[in-house]
Ligand binder design. Structure first.
Ligand code: DX5
Ligand code: ZN
Length: 216
């Protein structure tokens, strides 16, 4: 079943609690944490994640676009995140980190920037609950979908099947009514959508429409 995770990066940051409630019915709320070092943008951190978790019944899917996730990621689990994604390019010890996230009680996930291949990480897949294939350069919402990532999504799905894993395959960046079907066809099953949800008049309806499209 397709999961739709609205990204609050595209929401009104002055009304985060209301914006979270506006997408109740979504599977997860995607929270983009940026540190102005790993990516050229700065968003929010542990205290905001903690407050958001109390403001919504929707579980939080925290995407950490930060340096030194080995140090910081566990704090996001403690703050209430149900899933924590660190970047492969930033983690010093990804296996140890994934195990720590799981041991603290959250789903462990790893993200790949567009230029990072999946193949060097094949043996690591069993340590993860989700793999995120970025379909834009991380840092900003509203960018155009990179369709040259579709082969990487397909190769990742094949590796997941080869190892008989139950893990999820997430796509993030430029996912919309015009790109979600290609992602689903390539093997993604968790879809992050920022502008395609919060850029509409009815975010909850946008979530439902995207889910229908992904499941067609
Ligand atoms: C980008 C973030 C995305 C972003 C997606 O670095 O990781 O989650 O919010 O926004 P859209 O869906 O507008 O591309
Ligand atoms: Zn994201």
């Amino acid at each position: 079943m397709a999961q739709i995770n609205p990204s609050i990066l595209s929401a009104d940051f002055a009304r985060l609690a209301d914006e979270a409630k506006a997408v109740e019915g979504a599977d997860w709320l995607h929270v983009d944490v940026m540190d102005a070092h790993f990516v050229p943008n700065l968003t929010l951190g542990v205290p905001v994640v903690e407050a958001l978790g109390k403001a919504t019944g929707t579980p939080l899917d925290c995407h950490l676009m930060i340096e030194d996730p080995d140090r910081w990621a566990p704090q996001y689990v403690e703050a209430g995140a149900g899933s924590v994604t660190f970047h492969a390019e930033a983690a010093a010890a990804p296996v140890r980190l994934a195990r720590e996230i799981r041991a603290k009680g959250a789903r462990a996930s790893m993200a790949l920037k567009p230029a990072t291949p999946i193949e060097p990480y094949e043996d690591l897949l069993p340590e993860l609950d989700m793999l995120l294939v970025m379909t834009v350069e991380p840092g900003f919402g509203g960018q155009a979908f990179l369709d040259i990532m579709l082969p990487k999504i397909r190769r990742t799905r094949r590796l997941i099947e080869k190892h008989g894993l139950q893990m999820w395959l997430q796509v993030d960046g430029g996912v919309s009514a015009s790109t979600i079907e290609q992602c689903a066809e390539a093997g993604a099953d968790v879809f992050v959508a920022g502008s395609a949800v919060y850029g509409t008049d009815d975010p909850a309806a946008a979530v439902r429409a995207l889910r229908r499209q992904a499941e067609e």
